[in-house]
Design a protein around this ligand. Structure first.
Ligand code: BTN
Length: 350
């Protein structure tokens, strides 16, 4: 459970008229009111009037949301208030947050799957319209870069994939994952206030020298055109890494471990989806290519550190000196020779 701050006595009345979708879905209206009012109360009378329902009818809807895992406090004089939300995503609350973020694309919320990226690929193969989002509470065989596993236990973490059909030249998307990294990294830094949040080439999110998240983009390319692509992100949010397997325990962390507080996973998920969709658009617009090098530099974990690069063919080491326009890692050796690393492994030299 993520607790919401204590509610004040103030009672909130949202403004504006009911949209047709809200009229069709009273649960969604009720949740939107609770979210907008949070941490304050929203008047039961107000909701009843707007939805043309009795107060008993509203109470029954609140009860249904409680059964879905939301903690909603009721006060006779003040109305209702969202006081806590579960660590596992629940559909109505995520829907409400997505609406708050202006996102109206389909999303599939699963209890369990092999990998959200694989599930997105299957949906694409079945003709699902894009963009769409796949999220799972856990993954049996979550995967990372270079055939690695992504540890995906149930509870507190985010496993999310976004499927797109950009149908554009590959060159437009050559820096897609790096741009997603800086965009999501920057958002998380602002949202959580965690100053040490940085990006590690090519696809890691890092906090205090430990991995907090990773990204994996898989694309289907045809004659240099990106036909479809699946962008997957795994983020450790409210989990305790003390239960992680031995080989990654010391090198992993979560937002909660760094900040000492738990995070509202529904809000975070909806906002990450928003940022990621914006970042995709920025690749199409050319903004990503234009801004990548400077934005990356602001969050570059490796900048100035001694590193070793290997790609199965060659190995070289030197000082990491940022990235170039094509997204390659610049490594400057002791004798001043500059080499650019593309697909491969980079590790820190201690
Ligand atoms: C990495 O660090 O190598 C990338 C990790 C990417 C993990 C995410 S979790 C959601 C999506 N589904 C997967 O199977 N992988 C990505």
């Amino acid at each position: 459970m993520s607790q919401y701050p204590l509610g004040k006595k103030k009672v909130f009345k949202p403004v504006g008229s009911l949209s047709p979708s809200v009229q069709k879905n009273p649960d969604s209206f009720l949740l939107s009111c609770l979210l907008q009012a949070s941490p304050n109360y929203v008047s039961g009378n107000y909701i009843a009037e707007r939805l043309k329902m009795s107060r008993v009818g509203i109470w029954a809807r609140v009860d249904k949301l409680r059964k879905a895992g939301l903690l909603i406090e009721a006060s006779q004089n003040r109305g209702y208030r969202l006081s806590a939300e579960p660590n596992l995503l629940v559909r109505p609350l995520l829907e409400a947050w997505l609406k708050e973020c202006g996102i109206d694309y389909p999303f599939f919320l699963l209890e369990n799957t092999d990998s959200t990226n694989s599930e997105a690929e299957r949906l694409l193969a079945n003709g699902q319209e894009t963009p769409f989002v796949v999220i799972s509470h856990q993954q049996e065989t979550g995967r990372g870069r270079r055939g690695r596993k992504w540890h995906s236990p149930k509870g507190g973490n985010l496993y999310l994939s976004i499927a797109l059909k950009p149908n554009v030249a590959l060159v437009k998307f050559r820096n897609f994952t790096l741009w997603q990294g800086v965009s999501i990294g920057k958002f998380l830094k602002n949202h959580t206030g965690i100053e040490s949040l940085s990006v590690k080439w090519p696809n890691d999110l890092i906090c205090e020298n430990k991995k907090i998240g990773g990204m994996l983009t898989e694309a289907s390319i045809d004659c240099d055109q990106v036909r479809s692509m699946v962008f997957g992100i795994g983020l450790n949010v409210n989990s305790s890494t003390s239960h992680f397997p031995n080989d990654i325990r010391e090198s992993s962390t979560s937002l909660m471990e760094i900040s000492g507080t738990s995070w509202r996973i529904h809000e975070l998920t909806a906002k990450i989806i928003k940022v990621s969709l914006q970042a995709s658009q920025e690749c199409l617009d050319g903004k990503a290519d234009h801004m990548l090098v400077t934005e990356w530099e602001k969050m570059d974990f490796l900048l100035g550190k001694k590193v070793k690069f290997q790609n199965g063919i060659k190995t070289f080491s030197g000082t990491a000196s940022g990235i170039d326009n094509s997204g390659g890692l610049i490594i400057t050796s002791k004798d001043g020779k500059v080499q650019i690393a593309h697909a491969g492994e980079v590790s820190l030299i201690r």
